[in-house]
Write a new protein. Structure first.
Length: 464
């Protein structure tokens, strides 16, 4: 794609106030592929003003008309699928088939789901002698990460628009080109000027200015827990709504009666996809003592299918690569047994990390507690089901997880006791309408489906 050297504000591409730019690097070959403007507080202010001015008319637009614009947006994204996939591969590094199927494909489904929901959602309900109106919250500041660059944008912008909110987006600095393509799609979809605005820039500058802007009514953030905590504090001080999708350290719990080979194979695939840069990845595999050695052997075998530079792409940047390699070194230092991979870079060029599996990981080790965000799986041993539950729940996070058992009933009984926002039962499929979000320090609020829409609505009661 041809990168824009401007911001998308009030329905047009406009020059940034300052001259600074951000270099976009292809993590597979380390070449600079584009430059985009590094927005400042002044750019953010212009975008928020445009969003505020557009809000009353968009909020008053009948839901059926908002639904029609969202259908057009889903169509515009579908029409750009190839360039989106190529761009995501260029700036994130994900292998092209993954970019096509997941990175470019899923957002079309999510945008279409909100077109459908906007058209049929009850924005009004009766409770006794009251009519309760569900009204849009106002101007949304959306701050997104790079790991699923288009999905993270659509999972915020589509429900916000469906609710009648207007949006200013600050995407991750590593993947701004995808955000520019998304802005082009909003333009093609015929959204009125100011309803969607894009400011590219650094988190500590443009992101912070957006989170702190007094005319933003709701900040929706996805990213690290450290930054989420700051944004939550800023929003709290301003008595402003906030939604936080943060980190995870999810457990893949394999109960004694489960199909071990399937659970291990799916578990390894789950982590290796997107080079482990998935907040909901099941990075801790929990296996009973009796079948532990068998599971380790199966995992060692399964991981051979994931080769850096082939099925496994690089990490997004040099910093993430160094961070993940540091965690692998820490795992070795703390006594975990390396059964595949290791800290050495597998290729000379590109920010690659070897797909890595550790056995003999104990729950207190750093690699069992902290989010690594790379292609690293830890296999832990449990003694009985209660021990498995203690280990599964024994981190500060609670975003996702999986349970495998002899039957669904047994798996569900275990899942009910897990402190986590989403659990896949015996290999359950991804559902783009199921609420996604965290317990504990994995976040506040939910995305996707009707629960995601509710985040952008506020209630007003009329008594009769
Ligand atoms: P990050 O927190 O550094 O950045 C995320 C976004 O916040 C980027 O757009 C960045 O520019 C912006 N930002 C950074 N500092 C800011 C500040 N002070 N004020 C406002 N905005 C700021 O995270 P990252 O390194 O880009 O992403 C990796 C992390 O995100 C991982 O911890 C991962 O688990 C988490 N994540 C969570 C989810 C989820 O749905 N729960 C999804 C993806 C990623």
């Amino acid at each position: 794609m041809q990168a824009h050297d401007q911001m998308y504000i009030d329905g047009a591409w406009r020059p940034a106030v300052g001259r600074d730019t951000i270099a976009v690097v292809n993590p597979a070959d380390e070449q600079v592929i584009a430059h985009v403007p590094a927005g400042t507080a002044e750019d953010v202010d212009a975008a928020v003003r445009a969003a505020r001015a557009a809000f009353p008319a968009w909020a008053a637009t009948p839901p059926a008309e908002r639904a029609a614009r969202l259908t057009a947006l889903a169509d515009a994204l579908a029409a750009r699928k190839d360039v989106l996939a190529e761009t995501i591969t260029a700036e994130l590094g994900s292998p092209l088939p993954l970019s096509q199927m997941v990175h470019a494909g899923v957002p079309v489904l999510v945008a279409a789901s909100y077109a459908e929901l906007a058209g049929r959602h009850a924005f009004e309900e009766r409770i006794g002698n009251s009519t309760v109106l569900l009204e849009p919250v106002g101007v949304v500041g959306a701050i997104t990460p790079w790991n699923y660059p288009l999905h993270q944008i659509v999972a915020k912008v589509a429900p916000a628009l469906a609710a009648g909110c207007t949006v200013v987006l600050k995407p991750a600095e590593d993947t701004p080109l995808t955000a520019q393509l998304f802005a082009e799609a909003t333009e093609a979809a015929g959204l009125p000027p100011g309803v969607f605005n894009l400011v590219t820039g650094l988190g500590a500058v443009a992101g912070q200015a957006l989170a702190a802007h007094e005319d933003v009514d709701l900040v929706s953030f996805t990213g690290s827990t450290a930054v989420g905590r700051q944004i939550g504090a800023t929003a709290g001080a301003a008595v402003k709504r906030v939604a936080l999708e943060l980190g995870g350290k999810s457990a893949n719990v394999i109960l004694p009666g489960a199909d071990l080979a399937k659970a291990v194979n799916v578990g390894i695939a789950n982590v290796m996809t997107n080079s482990g840069q998935t907040c909901s990845a099941w990075t801790r595999m929990l296996v009973d003592a009796e079948r532990y050695d068998e599971a380790v052997e199966l995992a060692a075998n399964a991981v051979t299918k994931y080769v850096a530079g082939e099925r496994v792409g690089p990490l997004v940047n040099a910093k993430q690569q160094a961070r993940v390699r540091g965690y692998i070194e820490k795992g070795v230092e703390e006594g975990a047994r390396l059964i595949s991979g290791g800290p050495d870079a597998p290729l000379e060029t590109g920010f690659y990390v070897s797909p890595t599996v550790f056995a003999d990981v104990t729950p207190d080790m750093t690699i069992a507690q902290e989010e690594i965000f790379g292609p690293v799986v830890s296999i832990l041993r449990y003694e009985d089901v209660d021990d498995a539950l203690r280990i599964a729940n024994g981190t500060v996070y609670g975003l996702a997880g999986a349970v495998w058992a002899a039957d669904d009933e047994e798996a569900v009984a275990f899942a009910r006791r897990m402190d986590t926002g989403q659990v896949d039962i015996n290999g359950g499929r991804f559902n783009p309408l199921a609420p996604f979000g965290g317990y504990k320090q994995s976040g506040v609020g939910r995305e996707l489906g009707p629960h995601g829409l509710a985040e952008y609505l506020q209630t007003k009661s009329l008594q009769f």
